[in-house]
Design a binder for this molecule. Structure first.
Ligand code: SF4
Length: 355
């Protein structure tokens, strides 16, 4: 056990990347970096971390920011619930805790948007508390080195890996050990074709000895993916475009898109009726056709096929009651659109249009 931990830390000290959040023990900055890096590669997350840290240097700055500003800063990073939770938790820490970040694992874990992994990361990196992190990299390293075949997505498997990581943890330098094992998984024991010849752990590695590297770690379930068909309507008036805020409990909550009708299959003709009923277009409206090809947009659990229908001859004046019913619908001129946070799919539409 000790040899494993010492080897990993020695390797880390020689090979670690110079990342900005490794130069601080400020729990706010560490929390920011950890939330950004969930489901995001370091290279993609780095500029977002720099921007957030500059725009919102303290938890109070983030708490006092407008929600649209937070979402706009997050735009393009995906998994937008992370941004909403980040903002919610910043407000909680700023107001209820007077800006003091909790320093106990349980209290950290109770914050919205923080699970076991993130709580252990913050507790160990910021406060040097002895909690082992278990993320995708750690699962891979442990399953291969110790030859553990328990599925990493089962309750029993998770417990087993957490127990093992906790036993291995260097109690004196838990933060360094946690960084080291994750970095080892990210750079050395990579998912495909790791360079085992160069690995300092090769002597004791079960997966290498038994030729099981490609099999480990084991996952029991395949991710279920649902297919959805979105029909977007581009409605213009006096050079302005109608956009709306997504307020439903669905993907991209609190980001902006266009009036949309979801259908069970891909449509050859635009499904205008729901828009007529919602009063968003008039009876003399006719779509001028969909824009080019269907856009395919792949998310982790969903594949979206989107069509963009341009509508002409609409009943352009939204009547007062309709405006009230659609509080989050607004006309925006083309040169102001950049101020709003759109999901990547809508950005792709703008790019195709040359906007
Ligand atoms: S020998 Fe290969 S599989 Fe084993 S820990 Fe090292 S890199 Fe990973």
């Amino acid at each position: 056990m000790k040899i494993f931990s010492q080897t990993i830390i020695r390797w880390y000290n020689k090979n670690k990347r110079d990342l900005p959040w490794r130069h601080t023990t400020d729990p706010y900055k560490i929390w920011l970096s950890e939330i950004i890096l969930q489901q995001t590669r370091v290279q993609q997350g780095m500029p977002y971390y720099e921007t957030f840290a500059k725009k919102f240097p303290t938890v109070h700055h983030l708490a006092n920011a407008k929600e649209d500003a937070v979402m706009k800063t997050w735009q393009g990073l995906g998994y937008y619930s992370r941004a909403r939770n980040l903002h919610h938790t910043a407000k909680f820490i700023s107001k209820e805790l007077k800006g003091k970040f909790p320093n106990e694992y349980e209290a950290i874990k109770n914050l919205k948007g923080i699970g076991e992994y993130t709580a252990a990361a913050i507790a160990s990196f910021a406060f040097n508390k002895p909690y082992a992190v278990v993320d995708g990299n750690v699962f891979r390293v442990l399953s291969r080195y110790f030859g553990i075949h328990s599925p990493i997505d089962s309750t029993g498997g998770k417990k087993e890996f957490t127990r093992r990581a906790q036993q291995l943890l260097d109690k004196k330098y838990p933060g360094v050990f946690n960084q080291a094992i994750m970095e080892f998984g990210a750079l050395q024991c990579v998912p495909h074709n790791p360079d085992c010849g160069k690995c300092p752990l090769k002597k004791g590695c079960e997966a290498l000895a038994k030729n099981k590297i490609a099999e480990l770690p084991v996952k029991s379930q395949k991710t279920k993916v649902s297919i959805r068909y979105f029909n977007y309507f581009i409605i213009k008036k006096n050079g302005k475009t109608l956009i709306k805020k997504r307020t439903e409990n669905d993907i991209w909550k609190n980001l902006y898109d266009f009036p949309m009708v979801e259908t069970k299959r891909e449509m050859k003709k635009p499904p205008l009726n729901p828009l007529l009923q919602r009063g968003l277009v008039g009876f003399n409206s006719s779509p001028s056709g969909s824009l080019g090809s269907t856009f395919k947009h792949v998310l982790s659990h969903q594949i979206i096929f989107a069509k963009f229908w341009e509508v002409v001859g609409l009943n352009s004046n939204l009547k007062k009651p309709i405006q009230r019913a659609h509080k989050k619908i607004i006309y925006v001129s083309d040169n102001q659109l950049y101020k709003f946070a759109f999901p990547r799919l809508i950005q792709r539409y703008f790019e195709e249009k040359g906007a």
